[in-house]
Design a protein around this ligand. Structure first.
Ligand code: C5P
Length: 395
């Protein structure tokens, strides 16, 4: 953590006094600490406590130095925004994007990862509104350090006690590690469907939207990688920091990948590439006739297999969307396409193509396997990168 920048947001709960001990631990670990306190936090703990611990001014208002636009500077300069404790009110505002004080403005203006340590009364924690807001934030990629069960200020025993200091330090350290564990890597990602034209207005395609690939690109950028994205037709916006090449057909995707592959250190093929294309693309719209029609098809290049055939040290990850015998089929693809790992998703049910949720299992070697569980495509992107980083490290 030495030399890293942490913004500690303190909100108005009784556990605010524990944030002072956390601030001290972070400073002792070499962290450069910016503390932002909400108006309610100031009712529990004094600004002076944090200023003395951080040896830096504490920020409490949007209006203290308007000329310096403090929320933008603080939002950009920090490696993580850690809100400890996070009240139900702040959690709700963050989930909804409400920005009515300095801390919530910073949370909207930052690209840094967000970590929240909720602490509140058990009934408030278990309220559907709080649970829904926490789920929204988690799906957006926030790290939630779960509160523990124990003695609460109301003199009751229950869930809602701020997580203990060691758990908070470990969680902040883990987020910080993730912010640069792909530094120096050049990642190439294929994403989206392809379109294989029959005539100027008709094509063969599939239901992929590119969501999982875009989330992997976004996460790789957040972890410090350079990212090349080769993207098939989708209405979704690619992340601003990626170098994106828009393509339509599988052949165009193959050309774009070949042009970029020599720079890449890691490639992930998430694209749902059409296996076949019409043998003939008609120049004009095909007219309706009474006769039965046959569409002749020819094979498209296998982009992933082409990458696997010329790896040159490239760490190659494939995807396998399966509806049956999915691990057996995926292991076969892993070997056949010379991948270092393959992520399998079961697209038979409600998950997979075109949906927000996904479930992935990563396979490698003869029997390597890590179940990445279920979650939003954003959460799974983070877990997949964790697994790839571990696999690369181990060999
Ligand atoms: O063989 P199958 O299409 O199931 O393999 C899926 C994997 O191969 C995915 O990673 C997909 O992006 C990649 N693929 C490809 N080019 C193709 C077909 C699949 O890159 N023509």
């Amino acid at each position: 953590m030495n030399g890293r920048r942490v913004l500690l947001g303190v909100t108005g709960g009784i556990a605010a006094y524990k944030a002072a001990a956390l601030a001290s631990r972070l400073v002792q670990a070499g962290v450069v600490l910016d503390v932002v306190m909400t108006a309610d936090a100031l009712k529990f703990v004094g600004e002076a406590t944090f200023a003395a611990l951080a040896r830096r001014p504490v920020h409490t208002s949007l209006w203290e130095r308007v000329d310096a636009i403090p929320h933008i500077a603080l939002a950009r300069e920090n490696d993580v925004i850690a809100i400890v404790p996070a009240t139900a009110n702040t959690i709700a505002k963050l989930a909804l994007g409400i920005a009515d004080d300095l801390l919530t403005n910073i949370a909207l203006a930052t690209r840094a990862p967000l970590l929240l340590a909720p602490a509140m009364n058990t009934t408030m924690l278990e309220h559907e509104a709080t649970r829904a807001h926490l789920a929204t934030l988690r799906a957006r990629g926030a790290t939630i350090v779960e509160p523990g069960v124990g003695f609460l200020a109301e003199r009751e025993h229950g869930a809602g006690r701020l997580a203990d200091e060691d758990a908070l330090i470990a969680a902040i350290a883990s987020v910080l590690r993730r912010t640069n564990d792909l530094a120096g890597e050049h990642v190439l990602i294929t994403a989206g469907p392809t379109r294989e034209p029959i005539d100027p207005v008709r094509f063969l395609s599939n239901a992929a939207t590119g969501t999982q690939g875009l989330e992997l690109a976004r996460e790789a950028l957040a972890r410090g990688a350079q990212v090349d994205l080769v993207l098939g037709p989708t209405p979704l916006e690619p992340p601003a920091g990626a170098r994106t090449t828009h393509v339509s057909t599988a052949c165009e995707m193959d050309d774009a990948v070949r042009a970029r592959a020599f720079e890449a250190t890691i490639a992930i093929a998430t694209a749902a590439v059409a296996d076949w294309r019409p043998a003939v693309t008609h120049e004009h719209k095909v007219k309706k006739t009474g006769d039965p029609q046959t569409l002749a098809l020819e094979r498209n290049p296998d982009i992933l297999a082409n990458l696997g055939a010329n790896k040159n040290g490239l760490f190659l990850v494939g995807f396998a969307a399966e509806t049956e015998a999915f691990e057996t089929n995926a292991r076969d693809k892993l070997v056949r396409k010379h991948c270092d790992a393959i992520a399998v998703n079961d697209v038979g049910g409600e998950r997979g193509f075109g949906t927000g949720a996904n479930a992935l299992v990563l396979l490698w070697g003869t029997d390597g396997r890590r179940d990445l569980g279920t979650g939003s495509k954003r959460e799974l992107a983070a877990r997949l990168w964790d697994a790839i980083v571990d696999l690369k490290k181990s060999g």
